[in-house]
Design a binder for this molecule. Structure first.
Ligand code: AMP
Length: 281
């Protein structure tokens, strides 16, 4: 059944109040649209874990670093609703900017520490934008559970931290990264890649897998990192912003995977910024 599309907070509140009165649990899946199988996997997880599911689509201006990036972000609302129809999602919430940032809006939610490295170091203000909109979407939806992808691993840690710090009555659930057959992590931004760049893009993940394998065999991270950056740049990437080994929980830098670790990378390919991360056992 096609989901109901709601555009105002009033409508959303009324419906969620009915669900809550009936004792039903509510899951929310925040997205910026241009939905792919990664997003749909979150919606499926939400359907399994909750009686009612809201998918939100809001392209949040506060988390972009340039007006061009915001303008160029793919907008595919009709397609998105069509993709959600078979999943039995209850509501697609597509708020206008005034529902999220009404006139005079002056609050920023800022998570210290975790947001200062990796993507946070390269995208000033990005995580403040994410934390602020996520807090709004949590309080607007009054959901019991929220589903986020490990694809944006740092974001998942930031959102988990903020929900804990602010005692928000919501459980943050992380879900695995969904990939194309060639290993490229699915992302709405992949739509912005030229045909040629799309062929090169999986090298990022390929090089990261090589690092993880080398670490498993006891090789030094520094040497593996240099080799991986050379491979990624040879594949046509313009710049590797970071390729780091981090503690999976605190994101602090590691020289070797002596506890649960994550390899995280961001790199530019033909004007598109791609990010990826994998677990290192
Ligand atoms: P976005 O629309 O890019 O803001 O992403 C919305 C949600 O979908 C976030 O929780 C992302 O981490 C998640 N997501 C994006 N790509 C993937 C993927 N390939 N696999 C799993 N989750 C994803």
């Amino acid at each position: 059944m096609s989901p109901v599309i709601l555009r105002t907070l009033d409508e959303l509140r009324t419906l969620v109040a009915e669900w809550k009165a009936a004792g039903q649990s509510v899951g929310v899946v925040p997205t910026m649209g241009a939905l792919h199988q990664g997003h749909l996997s979150l919606a499926r997880a939400a359907k399994e874990g909750c009686d009612r599911v809201i998918v939100t689509i809001f392209i949040n201006p506060k988390q972009f670093n340039s007006p061009e990036d915001y303008e160029n972000y793919p907008r595919t609302e009709e397609d998105d609703a069509r993709k959600l129809a078979p999943l039995d999602v209850d509501v697609v919430y597509v708020p206008g900017p005034e529902e999220i940032y009404p006139d005079g809006f002056s609050t920023t939610v800022s998570v210290a520490g975790l947001t200062e490295t990796l993507c946070g170091a390269h995208r000033p203000g990005h995580f403040d934008g994410v934390a602020t909109v996520v807090t709004k979407l949590f309080t607007q939806s009054q959901a019991d559970r929220a589903y986020f992808g490990e694809k944006d691993f740092q974001q998942l840690q930031v959102v988990t931290r903020l929900a804990r710090d602010l005692d928000l009555p919501i459980e943050v659930v992380g879900c695995p990264t969904i990939r194309e057959e060639d290993g490229l992590a699915m992302s709405s931004r992949n739509l912005l890649l030229s045909d040629r760049a799309r062929v090169w893009a999986p090298e990022l993940h390929g090089a990261m897998e090589e690092v993880a394998e080398g670490l498993g065999q006891g090789e030094s991270f520094e040497a593996l990192k240099a080799k991986a950056i050379a491979r990624i740049e040879r594949a046509g990437f313009a710049e590797v912003e970071y390729l780091d080994l981090r503690a999976a929980d605190t994101l602090e830098e590691l020289a070797a995977p002596d506890r649960p670790a994550r390899l995280l990378a961001a790199a530019w390919l033909a004007g598109v910024r791609l990010i990826d991360n994998i677990a290192v056992d």
